[in-house]
Design a binder for this molecule. Structure first.
Ligand code: MGD
Ligand code: MGD
Ligand code: SF4
Ligand code: MO
Length: 906
């Protein structure tokens, strides 16, 4: 049999943008993928999420056909309904009553058409995107400094750098392939240094020479302090600054006012003075320095200023756009950069222009030949959902994002959408917390079906290619948008035969807008033939006739995109500290760690800073990674991480539940003691939502305080109250079907396993016999009761085959579930299986503990015993057990286990 050829495409997850080789196997699935050795982002590497892509496809749980008001309909009917209803809203309330909420997971072609339809033809400025929640602060600070939103460096710089400062980035988990590249580049270079700046000890700290575990929200002091130090110690690149930048004196004065010396900085940031000084010396002495920053910087009430404080230090030392030397804001989503290119943010017009860019409105309107164009910027995400709540917005089209989960104050977002007269949602899957509120649902093609381009963190355009036929009636997002454009009467403006045609138009527009000052220019691709588009190989913009092969770095010559060509320092004024984080009363007070005294000093015992972020093996709201049982092995349930001293103070043990209250919502999470947490601060992952758990949607407790310049919410620094929650029973149900009555439980959470699903529940009254039968979906055939310690075991068997298992305990002590899950795969249960089931301990099956290495399925207990037998390094363990030898994502954890064992042995 002839195998279909493997196709080169791009991973749909993080902003690293790895090249993937994928091959169809049959009509609905692909073979396990491999990394594309020729792709310059990854050179063949993949992380565990990328390597599991094949497991996330298939037509189960996919949205298969359009729906209007709960009824399955054909595309014509759905598109007509959208066109008619949007036209009605527009006629009755004006164009500004219509909003689009887009996503960095759209392809550039989708994004371009959405922006054009909304701004140019419906005439609404209210187009924003989940990238507002992600890197809008980084965009704002780049524009301040360089005059355009341009990432000056490239991935190679992370390898070339002699000093790498990772700020608010858990690179090991969230940009794993870059982390692997960073790590590999350090081998044999003892003088290369890595500094991690994060209030949590994360997996990324594994490679850190120095971890600055600072008080949250104090980064601007740290970098202002660095600028003062550079100025005071003569480390400023005087000539470069003289010729190529402006505003340094004022910026240095502002820095000195707030952070005059390492001693004051150490005090505000709660760091050791010697560590602060060590960082400053290294920075001052190392020409090849890259500062890589992410959500720990962006998601703050002063995210833009924090970005500026970092960039100021790079300007002062002339380290911009040079090999191994740049301030590098890394993007999160696969096409966050593409959204910036098309102008998908509310303050942008199109391409790299804003409403304020002189000449931009005329240029774009002429290019689109559009009947109208808004005069001024539209509403940013948080304002936009406020306007939905108030009724100012009457219709919203949400594409490729799940705001009921991912927005701050998510309960209000949910209520707002529930009351909005017209909610259109385009998604690939059949249920999300947002889709469940839609009047009109449109089935979108997902990764492996859709076809277009994305741009990664280093400005590299790559193709995502269609490999499989569409599931059901699903269609590309650009197509649905263009159809609505045509039905509104704009036939020629939306007459695209294929994504290549959209791409050419986008490239042609960049040729116009770049003349107005934007940094984005792919004019050389404006005439690409369909075939050349199909074959397009990865390229970094600008791609111009002068540089047809693209451009790795920008601004290295010291010419910027400001009117005078000089970069601009931005003075970062901060509340002057007085023996601790200073008072800074304002409307964002609640989310500003600086405006509060340090926790523990005066705050109430249950009051904590609430930090949120990502886990290694899940992607956002888990609509895709949640489909792969392998990706659940690293973490099977949400949790709240708390410093052991705080947990003791609160009197909660590991595995017990806590209630977390804030904004309009409450969470019930399982406590995890974590020595990597600072006291007074807790952390929860962002991934869980109503599809997976009862009360774990973290957005519900986060207040919608935003950075005033960028509008980006402060997701990392909410304030919450925490109290222990007592329950009378814990249960684990293994069953394919959702049991009834989950809402009445104090807690529930669902985990897909290979053969069935696990439902963990807890509550006040252990189920009686009827309750047991309801949970199991019928009366049990096997049961075991131990009245003394409250242990109960039930199983339902039909025709010899296991259907459901229920285990009830007073405390959260359950056996590992893998062997039980395996029994669900057996055609017939034998006598031995039945006995083991009731004892709930597998006869002859070893419990290897939580899976650490997902690639080779190596559990923690196996690793610990191998360490006990003398494997004293990750390499030795890899040799013996293979763990960590494929994608390497688990190496930080393996190393931590080794260190823990060695520490406890000495
Ligand atoms: N596995 C996985 N990878 C992903 C994603 C995913 O969902 N899963 N999502 C992608 C997306 S869209 C994004 S935006 C990126 C995000 O990538 P990251 O920015 O690395 O992700 P986070 O885990 O949100 O936050 C990073 C760190 O900021 C720290 N932090 C909190 N407050 C502060 C502070 O005040 N100062 C400093 N210096 N640090 C602080 C947190 O403790 C956390 O460790 O990841 C991308 N990659
Ligand atoms: N508390 C807290 N909240 C956060 C963050 C945080 O750190 N803390 N981080 C924020 C950040 S940085 C981000 S990026 C957001 C992410 O948050 P979201 O964007 O809300 O999360 P996703 O789960 O990625 O949502 C993408 C949706 O699009 C669907 N989808 C995938 N591909 C396509 C497609 O091609 N077309 C269509 N129409 N649909 C598609 C998926 O099934 C999924 O439902 O969360 C933000 N919210
Ligand atoms: S590092 Fe990011 S882009 Fe690369 S395989 Fe992993 S998730 Fe995909
Ligand atoms: Mo993001």
């Amino acid at each position: 049999m002839v195998q279909p050829k493997a196709q080169a495409t791009t991973c749909p997850y993080c902003g690293v943008g790895c090249g993937v080789l994928a091959r169809a196997s049959g009509s609905a699935s692909i073979e396990p993928v491999s990394g594309d050795p020729d792709h310059p982002a990854n050179f063949g590497r993949l992380c565990i999420k990328g390597s599991s892509l094949a497991e996330t496809l298939g037509d189960q749980n996919r949205l298969r056909a359009p729906e209007v008001d709960g009824k399955r309909v054909g595309w014509d009917e759905a598109l007509d309904a959208i066109t008619r209803r949007l036209a009605t809203v527009r006629a009755q309330h004006g164009p500004e009553a219509i909003a689009f909420y887009l996503s960095g997971q759209l392809l550039t072609e989708d994004y371009y058409v959405a922006n054009k339809l909304a701004k140019g033809f419906l005439g609404t400025p209210h187009v924003d995107t989940n990238s507002r929640l992600c890197m809008s602060s980084a965009v704002a600070s780049y524009k301040r400094a360089f005059g355009a939103d341009v990432v000056p460096g490239c991935y190679e710089d992370l390898e070339l750098a002699d000093l790498l400062v990772l700020v608010g980035s858990n690179t090991a988990w969230n940009h794993p392939v870059l982390y692997q590249r960073i790590k590999a580049a350090g081998e044999g270079r003892p003088n290369r240094k890595i500094i991690v700046i994060d209030p949590r000890r994360t997996a990324t700290c594994e490679i850190a020479d120095l971890h600055l575990q600072l008080h949250p929200g104090t980064d601007a002091y740290l970098f202002n302090g660095l600028l003062s130090w550079l100025a005071a110690t003569g480390a400023v690149a005087e000539d470069w600054v003289q010729e190529r930048a402006s505003g340094m004196d004022a910026a240095v004065a502002a820095a000195k006012a707030s952070a005059p010396s390492p001693r004051e900085v150490a005090e505000v940031c709660d760091l050791a003075e010697a560590d602060v000084e060590a960082f400053y010396r290294l920075f001052a002495d190392t020409q090849r320095t890259v500062t890589l920053y992410s959500q720990g910087i962006n998601q703050s009430v002063r995210g833009t200023d924090q970005g500026s404080a970092i960039i100021n230090c790079h300007l002062a030392t002339g380290r911009v756009g040079l090999p191994g030397a740049s301030p590098f804001s890394i993007t999160g989503q696969p096409n966050a950069m593409g959204g910036r290119e098309v102008g998908g943010l509310a303050n942008q017009l199109a391409a790299h222009t804003d409403y304020e860019t002189p000449g931009a409105r005329d240029c774009v309107q002429a290019f689109w030949n559009s009947p109208e164009l808004p005069e001024a910027a539209g509403m940013k995400a948080v304002e936009m959902f406020d306007a939905v709540a108030s009724g100012a917005i009457q219709a919203i089209w949400i594409m490729a994002t799940n705001p009921v989960v991912s927005m701050p104050d998510a309960e209000r977002v949910k209520a707002a959408l529930a009351n909005c007269p017209l909610v259109i949602v385009s998604d690939c899957v059949d249920h999300t917390d947002t889709l469940d509120l839609a009047h009109i649902k449109l089935p979108a093609q997902g990764w492996s079906e859709k076809d277009g381009t994305v741009t990664n963190s280093e400005r590299r355009l790559s193709r995502q290619r269609g490999l499989l036929p569409a599931v059901g009636e699903s269609r590309p997002d650009w197509w649905a948008l263009a159809q609505v454009g045509q039905r509104l009467g704009f036939k020629t403006a939306f007459d695209y035969p294929n994504p290549a045609a959209v791409f050419r138009e986008h490239a042609a527009l960049s040729a116009q807008t770049v003349k107005l000052g934007g940094g984005f220019d792919i004019s050389a691709l404006a005439e690409l033939s369909d075939q050349a588009y199909r074959d397009l190989t990865p390229l970094q913009w600008p791609v111009t006739h002068a540089r047809p092969l693209g451009t790795a770095r920008q601004f290295g010559q010291g010419r910027f995109r400001t009117p005078d060509g000089r970069a601009r320092f931005h003075s970062v004024a901060l509340p002057v500290h007085a023996g601790g984080p200073a008072a800074d009363a304002g409307k964002n007070r609640h989310e500003d760690p600086l405006s509060q005294s340090r926790p523990n000093a005066e705050s109430t015992p249950g009051s904590f800073y609430f930090n949120t972020g990502r886990l290694r093996d899940q992607w956002h709201t888990m609509s895709r990674t949640g489909r792969s049982p392998r990706l659940w092995q690293h973490t099977s349930e949400s949790f709240l991480a708390m410093a052991p001293a705080d947990a003791d103070r609160m009197g909660v043990a590991d595995g017990q539940f806590v209630r977390v209250s804030g904004a309009a919502g409450q969470l019930v999470l399982r406590l995890r003691r974590d020595s990597g947490q600072r006291q007074g601060e807790v952390f929860a992952p962002i991934h869980w939502n109503e599809q997976w758990t009862g009360a774990g949607r973290v957005g519900g407790v986060i207040r919608p305080s935003c950075d005033p310049a960028s509008g980006q919410p402060a997701f990392k620094h909410s304030r919450v109250d925490i109290e222990p929650v007592q329950v009378e029973f814990h249960a684990v149900l293994l069953s394919q079907h959702a049991p009834p009555g989950l809402d009445a439980m104090t807690y529930w959470s669902r985990t897909p396993l290979a053969n069935t699903q696990a439902w963990r529940v807890a509550g006040q009254h252990a189920p009686d016999r009827d309750g047991v039968a309801r949970l199991l979906g019928g009366a049990p055939q096997l049961e075991m009761l131990d009245a003394a310690d409250g242990r109960q075991r039930y199983a339902r068997v039909a025709e010899g085959r296991l259907q459901a298992v229920l285990m009830i305990e007073r405390e959260f002590h359950f056996p590992a579930l893998d062997w039980l899950d395996e029994l669900f795969g057996h055609e017939q249960l034998d006598a031995q299986d039945r006995k083991a089931l009731l004892a709930a301990s597998p006869a002859g099956v070893e419990d290897t503990g939580p899976v650490i290495c997902s690639c080779f399925q190596v559990g923690e207990k196996t690793i610990l015993s191998a360490i006990g037998e003398g494997c004293d390094s990750p390499a030795a363990l890899g040799e013996k057990l293979k763990c960590g030898t494929n994608c390497g994502s688990c190496l930080p954890e393996i190393k931590a286990l080794v260190e823990r064992c060695i520490a406890s042995a000495t």
